[in-house]
Write a protein that binds this ligand. Structure first.
Ligand SMILES: Cc1ncc(COP(=O)(O)O)c(CN[C@@H]2CONC2=O)c1O
Length: 482
């Protein structure tokens, strides 16, 4: 009897979905890692260096002490009754844990919470947003989520009715968006970031793509903006943000603002401004623009990917629509409480005068300054490789260099039935153990080839990464130079 479940009879939306950040190159890397364990010395390298995913703590980054102190105390409240705790935990972590527990019904971190998240934590996050932006924020607009990803899925689920509903997405884009649009059966409407202008976003191109989609009967519902950008690392200029807000308002689009890298800014001439702040500073209020802002505990200087914390702040939607969003959130009952607590800490870190402020600030600055140095070192190294051109990583956690591959390499890739950048990434992995993601996984201007490499290997490993990468690339080019 034929298998009752086979690829042939699965949901075609699942089959259409792709997520390259953990795709074929990573799966091959995991096989090689297995081989290193069972057959040491059998490969031309002794470790796999995962530069495919923005997962800082998997590469040695340490968590922020204050955040972990508070989480530990919240998860084991009886510690707060013990005298010795005062010698092990900072006074402000103890008081913050008590404050958080008092906002949790029954002080029970093991209980389901409100489906938008614990009200007291949402109050704290709203206060943090207001302090960041200088404009009010409302706890009832906040939905705490298990990372930003589920929030993105919820909004796609809400907005996409059928294949005629389109979502404007940047190309290159973080493939959560293309994957979620595919899973929900919608249409991805691309707008190209301009590599020549440092991945700038041209409103004229947005307009052209929107009109082109509408002419084909696509009802474009929303515009996704990732700022700072993944994989491109650009930080939008404020005047560009003003234009984007105006565009969404004029065209009746929901603005989906992915701001998970808001703390990852490495250049002095750019700073992060939330789209909420931009919209409010333009005088746009609740009735002018439907805006969803996504934040996460996975990035920044905290890098707490595995704790699965984050939120979406929803403004500019009518009460009946908000009820539908609440209903979707309620189906999953609630997000995990540890992630909720951490999201409230990330948005309300120690302040000047707090006992932990000095150590917290030293940890935060140390991590961000090191990330900036690593970004610069890798950017310079890539720009010194034949055929590479790499824009500056102004923010986020990635470099996305373009590679001019020789025709012979492109033909070899074709013979291997692989995209040229995937062919390159596979050869890089097999020669050096370095795992990057092919640009094909993010989308790129047709005929151009890129790779995405994180800036996350610990700083003392960066010279070895550069040396190994350079040696591989020189050999690859010698093999395939036209
Ligand atoms: C732009 C962007 N949005 C949302 C997410 C989802 O994060 P959480 O669900 O963890 O909050 C990521 C994760 N970054 C992926 C994961 O690591 N590398 C990446 O490109 C991201 O880069």
């Amino acid at each position: 009897m034929a298998a009752s479940v086979a690829v042939e009879n699965l949901n075609p939306k699942v089959l259409k979905c792709e997520y390259a950040v953990r795709g074929e190159i990573v799966i091959h890397a995991q096989r090689l890692q297995q081989q290193l364990q069972t057959q040491p010395g059998s490969l031309p390298f002794d470790e796999i260096l995962y530069c495919n995913i923005g997962n800082p703590q998997s590469l040695g980054q340490q968590p922020v002490t204050f955040f972990r102190e508070v989480l530990a105390l919240c998860d084991h409240p009886c510690l707060l009754e013990k005298e010795e705790t005062k010698s092990l935990f900072s006074a402000d972590a103890i008081s913050r844990a008590k404050q958080i527990l008092s906002s949790i019904p029954g002080r029970a971190t093991g209980a389901y919470s409100h489906s938008q998240g614990i009200k007291g934590l949402r109050d704290a996050i709203a206060a943090g947003i207001a302090s960041r932006d200088g404009f009010p924020a409302n706890a009832d607009d906040i939905f705490l989520t298990d990372g930003a990803s589920p929030g993105v899925h919820m909004m796609m689920q809400l907005l996409i009715r059928n294949e005629k509903d389109g979502i404007l997405c940047p190309i290159p884009q973080y493939p959560l968006y293309s994957a979620s649009i595919a899973l929900h059966g919608g249409a991805l409407v691309p707008y190209y970031l301009d590599e020549k202008t440092g991945w700038g976003l041209e409103i004229s191109d947005l307009k052209k793509q929107l009109e082109d989609a509408r002419s084909k009967g696509i009802d474009v519902r929303a515009l996704v903006v990732i700022n700072p950008g993944n994989p491109t690392g650009q930080v939008l200029a404020e005047d560009n943000q003003y234009d984007i807000v105006k565009f969404c308002k004029n065209e009746g689009l929901v603005l989906l603002a992915d701001e998970v890298y808001q703390e990852n800014i490495y250049v002095d001439n750019k700073k992060f401004s939330s789209f909420k702040k931009i919209a409010r500073s333009m005088g746009y209020g609740e009735d002018d623009l439907p805006l969803v802002s996504f934040q996460s505990v996975s990035k920044g200087y905290y890098g707490e990917c595995g704790k699965r914390g984050g939120y979406m702040e929803i403004t500019g939607f009518s009460a009946p629509v908000r009820e539908q969003i609440y209903k979707i959130a309620s189906v999953n009952l609630c997000s995990n409480i540890t992630g909720q607590i951490l999201a409230s800490l990330v948005m309300n870190p120690p302040k000047v005068g707090d006992e932990s402020y000095a150590s917290y600030k030293a940890e935060k600055d140390g991590i961000l300054q090191s990330l900036a140095r690593r970004a610069k070192a890798l950017e310079d190294a890539f720009n010194n490789l034949e055929g590479f051109s790499c824009n500056k990583a102004e923010g986020a956690m990635y470099l996305f260099p373009q590679i001019l591959l020789p025709q012979k390499a492109i033909e070899a890739a074709k013979a291997a039935k692989k995209a040229p950048d995937a062919f390159y990434a596979l050869r890089l992995l097999e020669s050096t153990g370095i795992v990057v993601v092919p640009g094909s996984g993010f989308g790129q201007v047709p005929g151009t080839w890129h790779i995405r490499c994180t800036i996350l290997p610990q700083e003392d490993k960066i010279p070895a990464v550069i040396t190994r990468f350079k040696a591989f690339h020189e050999a690859f080019m010698a093999e395939y130079r036209d």
